[in-house]
Design a protein around this ligand. Structure first.
Ligand SMILES: Cc1ncc(COP(=O)(O)O)c(C=O)c1O
Length: 343
């Protein structure tokens, strides 16, 4: 698709670090296609390459590109205790010879020892990143402000710190990674009827939708809520899209009408495994041998199954499910998974 190449080329003016191993594969899920009576494909962004892969590698190419352009020596980032973003940032920092300071927020109350020590926490320690704690899980501007205070101290000590913000009121550099991701998919396959993607911070959802629309592709992009309900998430995606339009200099009207959000798979809440999440996770593993993660991608697939049940995605349609990685967290959720699998 020529227009997709133009979208990719339009990103060349933004500084970018190379962190991906190359284009990720698109695979047909034959057994699930038969079972669900659709033509189901998966964009394997769990295989982006860096550390355990995942969507955050795409996003970090633009944050680290910006950081490199500014001559930064330390990157600060905040996320949930089992955040894939902070782990991937630690890996990117290691690869580029920078120091990483990871702030871990207590977003999921009542979790046990494994949640706080295994999975991404363990990986980030192996990567040599420093951990700091933030006691609140729902205070984005507070979490960002805490990083800025730490950055000030570093600056006073002669370092060059760079903060990757959590709040949506900052330049959405990460979304550029998914503008590239959407265009990359169109270069591989453009005859699909719908795409299903996770919607958390919104960088993936907003970027992917933008990549498709700027290339002239009109397929619905269903954003599956993994963190907030559909109303709240709608406002967030609007904000990210509007900022992205400003950054890339296109008219926001080209994308704003394409926001479509589904929160039926969100319960019992962020970072919690509900019944539909568990069903989706085991169904994918047992029919395709592909692992999803408990926080994002199992919910996203559960969302796709819900859209099918409701007839919003019709029988026979060609659908692309975006696998955004995150499987390292499976080990941190062993206690919760044990309980569910033993039932
Ligand atoms: C594995 C995985 N999938 C999906 C998401 C959600 O992506 P975004 O924050 O870009 O909305 C995340 C975010 O942390 C993630 O780690």
């Amino acid at each position: 698709m020529k227009a997709a190449t133009e979208v990719t080329e339009s990103l060349a003016r933004f500084p970018r670090a190379t962190l991906m191993s190359g284009a990720t594969p698109v695979e047909r899920l034959d057994r699930l296609s038969n079972l669900l009576d659709i033509d189901l494909w998966m964009k394997r962004d769990d295989l982006t390459g860096l550390s355990f892969g995942g969507n955050k590698t795409r996003q970090l190419e633009f944050y680290f590109g910006d950081a490199l352009a500014q001559g930064v020596d330390t990157v600060l980032i905040t996320g949930a205790v089992q955040s894939n973003f902070v782990r991937a940032a630690a890996a990117a920092a290691a690869r580029l010879g920078m120091r990483a300071i990871l702030q871990l927020e207590e977003r999921v109350p009542g979790m046990g020892d494994l949640y706080h020590s295994s999975g991404n926490v363990l990986l980030a320690r192996i990567l040599g990143a420093e951990h700091i704690r933030f006691p609140v899980g729902e205070d984005e501007s507070g979490a960002d402000a805490a990083l800025h205070r730490r950055a000030e101290t570093l600056r006073a000590e002669g370092h060059k710190p760079y903060v990757i913000h959590l709040g949506s009121d900052h330049s959405p550099l990460g979304a550029l990674g998914y503008v590239a991701g959407g265009a990359e998919l169109l270069g591989q396959m453009d005859d699909f009827d719908a795409a299903v993607v996770p919607s958390g911070s919104g960088s993936t959802h907003a970027g992917f939708l933008t990549g498709l629309r700027l290339a002239g592709h009109a397929a619905p992009v269903y954003g599956i809520c993994v963190r907030r309900d559909a109303d709240q998430q709608h406002r967030r995606i609007e904000t990210v899209l509007t900022r992205l339009a400003g950054l890339m200099e296109f008219a926001p009207a080209r994308v704003l009408g394409g926001i479509s959000l589904w929160d039926d798979a969100l319960a019992p809440g962020y970072g919690r495994i509900g019944e539909t999440t568990q069903e989706a996770l085991t169904l994918m593993a047992r029919t395709e041998g592909v692992f999803l993660d408990p926080v994002y991608t199992a919910k996203t697939f559960a969302g796709l199954l819900g859209l099918l049940r409701q007839g919003i995605i019709g029988k026979g349609q060609k659908v692309v499910l975006l696998h955004t990685g995150g499987q390292a967290a499976l080990f941190a959720y062993q206690e919760e998974l044990d309980t569910l699998l033993d039932r």
